[in-house]
Write a protein that binds this ligand. Structure first.
Ligand code: GLU
Length: 503
């Protein structure tokens, strides 16, 4: 699949609004986005919302929001508009009905009138049959009139597509030719009793009417593709180029799924991140997640692992997508996050922290942009933004409300008959006299203090840290004090000294 040699590349991402965007979906949209950008083509975002039972309120806006967070944009679709709309399948029912009528009239589809109980009984009866249940085409077929009469009377009547009865070959740009034998294909439902199309039917019609040229989607859809090809033939639609992406597995070889979260909760473990929103809320940077997702099944063929989105546009090739399962290595993702945190500009880290804080309802959201950028800079080396949040939580507590960790107080302040307190008492007037409160100036001050007293930095820094943060963990001491500011630092130091008896 060489997108660059192709005119008018049109690809699509077609999520069903059944919840948050899964990481597998994120990789699918990324690969489609890259293909579109490379070819100067268009990415269509289509919402596949015809399954009323699986619809989850608000999921469209959540999916769009997480796509934007990842840096994914779409040329047509919700909010963007476009000439091929509507882009919500639930608004295209007349179109699907028109095609269903045509297929019925051409004898390429028929009404099937079994009740769910009858179907269940048929399934049960074929339980011992090898290959499982395959819907047997009724003979004679119910007529269109019988189908309409059943619907009118409130009885079930679905429309089934008549499979052509021969093997179907799918040409896949990653997997090569995949043949589905005729005896594994049944006459499947294209319109349900409620008048809504099934996924297969709506997807094929929309891919054709939206003039989609390339379909990149997960390998879990591979078994659907022969049906799609058969439908395309029956409706005289062109077949787009297909490429099915490797399935994403956990490191233990199980398939990565939403259910992993429920299982972990049941077992009293911290649930793993599965959906994009989970990673966002846990404090991953979109740059790191995108970089990581790009390598789930794709590589440029060398050792290079680090890519920005722009660099991926250059380097990405569908031909280099692998066939074998992709392993979701969380340690590697964490390492990517740390690396990206070390190199992104401070302003960008600040913006990422704001998003993190807003998503989590963290008090860090109160900070202005400049402070957030300084926090990001001071905490480089973090694994996730959650680490950053924990490390600077002291900034967002009221000065008189910081809680002292008893262990820290004991070890750092009280030990050796209050050695730490004596350091604080000696330091307070010197700090009060310090004119410039920038990080660089505080750093020089601390160095000077250590030199004069001939002690290691920790001897001075730790008591100060415990006094102003209540804990032994915070950014470097000069960043800690600079971020907190002169007044708040001095206030906390005085309070710690004054309350010595009561802590
Ligand atoms: N709505 C389908 C899904 O979310 C789209 C599959 C496809 O890309 O054809 O899995």
């Amino acid at each position: 699949m060489s997108a660059s040699s192709q005119q008018n590349v049109r690809v699509r991402f077609a999520p069903s609004p059944t919840g948050y965007l899964h990481v597998g979906g994120a990789r699918t949209v990324l690969f489609n986005w890259l293909l579109a950008r490379q070819a100067g083509g268009k990415l269509v975002l289509r919402i596949e919302d015809t399954d009323q039972n699986r619809h989850v309120e608000d999921s469209v806006s959540k999916i769009l929001d997480d796509l934007r967070w990842l840096g994914m944009t779409w040329d047509e679709g919700p909010e963007a508009g476009g000439d091929f709309g509507p882009y919500f399948q639930s608004q295209r029912l007349e179109i699907y009905n028109r095609y269903a009528q045509k297929l019925l009239e051409a004898g390429k589809a028929y009404y099937a009138l079994e009740t769910p109980e009858e179907l269940a009984a048929m399934r049960e009866a074929s339980r011992t049959r090898t290959g499982g249940f395959r819907y047997p085409r009724p003979s004679p077929l119910p007529t269109i009139e019988q189908g309409l009469a059943a619907l009118k009377a409130g009885r079930p009547a679905v429309v089934r597509f008549m499979m052509p009865g021969r093997d179907i070959v799918v040409r896949d740009d990653i997997l090569g030719e995949v043949t589905m034998p005729a005896d594994q294909l049944e006459d499947f439902v294209i319109v349900k009793s409620d008048g809504y199309p099934t996924y297969h039917f709506a997807c094929v019609i929309d891919d054709a009417l939206m003039e989609i040229t390339h379909v990149l989607r997960g390998q879990e859809h591979l078994m659907n593709t022969p049906r799609h090809v058969a439908l395309q033939e029956a409706m005289a639609f062109p077949t787009p180029r297909y490429a099915h992406l490797p399935v994403i597995f956990n490191m233990d070889g199980t398939k990565m799924s939403k259910r992993d979260k429920e299982k972990a909760l049941r077992e009293g473990r911290v649930p793993p991140e599965i959906e994009v929103h989970d990673f966002r809320a846990s404090g991953y940077l979109p740059e790191a997640l995108i970089n990581f997702l790009a390598l789930l099944g794709w590589s440029a063929g060398d050792d290079r692992e680090r890519y920005t989105l722009e660099e991926l546009v250059e380097a990405f090739r569908v031909e280099r997508i692998g066939r074998t399962n992709a392993k979701f290595d969380r340690e590697k993702l964490l390492a990517f996050n740390t690396q990206w945190g070390q190199t992104l500009p401070a302003e960008r880290l600040g913006a990422a922290l704001r998003d993190y804080a807003e998503v989590n309802g963290s008090p860090m959201a109160e900070a202005d942009d400049a402070l957030l950028a300084r926090i990001g800079e001071a905490c480089r080396g973090f694994r996730t933004l959650r680490d950053v949040e924990n490390k600077v939580a002291f900034l967002f507590d009221a000065d008189e409300a910081i809680e002292f960790d008893p262990k820290a107080v004991k070890k750092v302040l009280e030990k050796n008959e209050g050695e730490g307190y004596r350091v604080l008492e000696a330091l307070l007037p010197e700090l009060e006299a310090l004119g410039d409160w920038s990080a660089a100036s505080v750093e020089r001050f601390m160095e000077e203090v250590c030199r004069k007293r001939d002690v290691q930095l920790g001897k001075v820094a730790q008591p100060v840290r415990v006094a102003v943060t209540g804990t032994t963990i915070s950014p470097s001491i000069h960043d800690t004090l600079a971020l907190l500011g002169r007044e708040r630092t001095l206030k906390r130091l005085r309070r710690c000294i004054a309350e010595r008896q009561t802590i």
